[in-house]
Design a protein around this ligand. Sequence first.
Ligand code: GLN
Length: 253
Amino acid sequence: RQAQGPALRDGQGPVKIVVVYQSLLGIYGDQGNAKVLHQRLAWRGIDSEVIFVEPGQRLPADGAIYLLGGGEDNAQTTAVRELKADGALFSALADGAVLFAVCAGYQICGHTFTIGENDEVREGLGVLDVTTRRGSRRAVGEILTRWTKPDGTQTYLTGFENHGGFTTLGPDAAPLARVEVGIGNADEGTEGAVQGRVIGTYPHGPVLARNPELADHLLHLATGRVLEPLPGPQPEHDGLRAERMAFVRRTRA
Ligand code: GLN
């Protein structure tokens, strides 16, 4: 069951941004995505609150957006167990919340993922129609992808990928973007997955600091608001785009 509308309706207080289990899924600094979301709302005069929840604490069920980050294999297993025991993430998603998951967080959103040298299969949360298996190498380095925005225009996303798991999409999930440089999901040139209001992606950075358009897309999904562009150079600006692409190509030739 997935709701169509945003979890937040006007007049219901600050937008709640929930950072899930930073101690397990925070080793790559992906919690910085919460700061980006908070600040981009603040610049537009919209109140938000960043809530950090650790294993053993209850997750709020009324978050507008939940964030999962990267982490090590064992931490992934613990996170799934805790999230299933808690249950609030599932009810929040059914109520229209947005889930943005990076790398290990992305992998655990799927049906299964594998951990360790022996490729032991673990159950995921099952909120994305994807499965992840260990590949024959690690994908490490700068990644550049091409993202078709909801308005049909295209832009580039960048980040840093570092994963041993490779992800295959089922029919209910669509790729987030196409790989230009780097690896992404597997070897077929796609990166990330989108299914309803759940978005998974490999790049760290934190990725939303490097890709403000993606941050604004999530905020639009989560709040239902039309967000005015912020002053200053826009990422779509040709010079910035060329600079990003050159950087990625230079560091991962
Ligand atoms: N442990 C997972 C893997 O190696 C995820 C790593 C990460 O979050 N960067 O595939």
